[in-house]
Design a binder for this molecule. Structure first.
Ligand code: FAD
Length: 413
């Protein structure tokens, strides 16, 4: 079959693929994206963090995103029974964007992909990578089209931005187990009809189940009067629940008094869906001729909405290392890409683990926290998890332990 020659091939046109492709194209490289689906297509992951706007801006797409009419987001709110607390991203330790967006991903991902195309990136939709050969000097990918026709592309370098498709981890046997237990999310979109004057549409609301502290809900308002609503729990928490997903989600939502109150006029008009086993890891983020971006590499957990931010950060870092490699510099993907990327991912990991073991929840729901400490936490929640000047980034484990102990002891005092 026919063989094509390109410089950079990107697998997948989601946020990490679109950003990486645009950044490389802006530096003058030939870039081809192969995307399995037709856009717009549904994706989960609708609440963005501030830090991802830095990469949207770097890729020349900020004005288009700002003009698209998405719901402005200024922070994260947390509710647990009668407790309520909020973090405002405009009030944080690290410099950077104070606001971001809550987006319907079908529209958002299409907008980014269209922007990349406008900048000269070629995108082929409804074509799928089905095989990869990295044994020769130049990697070769096998592509299958909608009509079952197949062809090959040879490239200088392949960026895998295939998200949950995990194309190269599967084909090159790079998959590794996640350290997180198997959890599932059941979610839907609703016509929310929220009239509670205290409800802030400009924040994501994370709700802790009143008794089961490892069970939590997201409420992500959009700009069109609708909300994304979901619950996350480990597999055994779903035992003895209705098998019907709509009934299961409703039952769980009604157990949270704040959600029951806020959503009392909601119209449940969309069948609930389930996604599980999403936490994943890999043995390496790079190898000769390839690097893994976004969810094609590691995915932690949805609780702090860090997925798109990590995906875009990995895209930006990979694009700059690859640009130097393609222009003849000697680069070291481990020290220049993998290790520095992992530092921020590990920061998030510490707080995700602390969320589920309760220590970070003790901190979040603690009512008398010092403003300066809250500003440091706010930075991390806004996505600035790579800013080592922030003590809660530089030493996350120790800082979290000390703070959680302090909050717990004050709480009982
Ligand atoms: P994706 O957006 O998944 O894009 C990958 C693309 O690759 C897809 O379009 C796919 O069609 C294509 N592809 C796959 N296989 C192939 C193939 N073989 N050939 C060609 N193309 C292929 N993140 C947030 O930032 N905020 C949130 O609020 C949030 N909530 C979440 C809630 C849940 C329950 C879960 C599970 C995740 C959540 N996330 C959230 C994470 C978010 O969904 C991902 O991190 C993000 O979509 C990753 O982007 P990506 O570009 O890496 O991959």
């Amino acid at each position: 079959s026919h063989l094509e020659n390109r410089s950079v091939v990107v697998i997948g046109a989601g946020p990490s693929g679109a950003i990486a492709a645009a950044l490389l194209k802006r530096k003058g490289h030939d870039v081809l994206i192969i995307e399995r689906q037709q856009f717009p297509r549904f994706s989960i992951g609708e609440s963005l963090l501030s830090h991802c706007l830095d990469f949207i801006e770097e890729a020349g797409m900020l004005e288009a995103v700002q003009a698209a009419g998405f719901q402005t987001k200024h922070g994260a709110a947390f509710g647990w029974a009668e407790r309520y607390t909020e973090f405002d991203f405009r009030d944080k330790f690290t410099e950077g964007h104070g606001s971001t967006y809550q987006v319907q991903r079908a529209d958002f991902d299409k907008l980014l992909a269209d922007q990349a195309e406008l900048q000269g990136v070629e995108i082929r939709y409804e074509e799928e990578i089905i095989a990869a050969d990295f044994s020769a000097a130049r990697p070769r990918l096998q592509v299958r089209c909608q009509d079952d026709r197949e062809y090959s592309v040879e490239a200088d370098f392949v960026l895998d931005a295939s998200g949950y498709g995990r194309v190269l981890p599967r084909l090159l046997e790079l998959e590794a187990p996640s350290s997180f237990p198997l959890r599932r999310a059941v979610f839907t979109h609703i016509e929310d009809n929220i009239d509670d004057p205290h409800f802030d549409r400009e924040k994501i609301l994370i709700t802790t189940h009143p008794e089961l502290r490892d069970v939590w809900y997201w409420t992500i308002p959009f700009s069109n009067g609708r909300c994304s609503l979901g619950v996350v729990a480990s597999a055994e928490r779903y035992e003895d629940r209705p098998l019907d997903l709509d009934a299961c989600l409703k039952e769980l939502v009604l157990e949270a008094p704040n959600l029951k109150r806020i959503l009392k006029h909601a119209k449940w008009d969309t069948p609930a869906r389930l996604i599980g086993g999403y936490s994943a890891n890999v043995k390496t983020l790079h190898g000769p001729g390839f690097a893994l971006l976004g969810n094609a590499a590691e995915f932690l957990d949805p609780v702090f909405s860090s997925g798109v931010t990590i995906a875009m950060r990995s895209a930006s870092m990979a694009a700059s290392v690859l640009h130097r490699q393609l222009t003849g510099d000697a680069v070291d993907w481990e020290t220049e890409f993998a290790a520095p990327l992992k530092r921020g991912v590990d920061t998030f990991r510490t707080y995700v683990e602390g969320w589920y073991d309760g220590s970070f929840q003790d901190v979040i729901y603690y009512e008398r926290a010092q403003p300066e400490i809250r500003r440091m936490i706010s930075s991390i929640l806004a996505g600035y998890a790579w800013d080592a000047r922030n003590p809660y980034v530089a030493e996350p484990k120790r800082r979290l332990r000390v703070l959680a102990e302090l909050c717990a002891s004050q709480e009982t005092a």
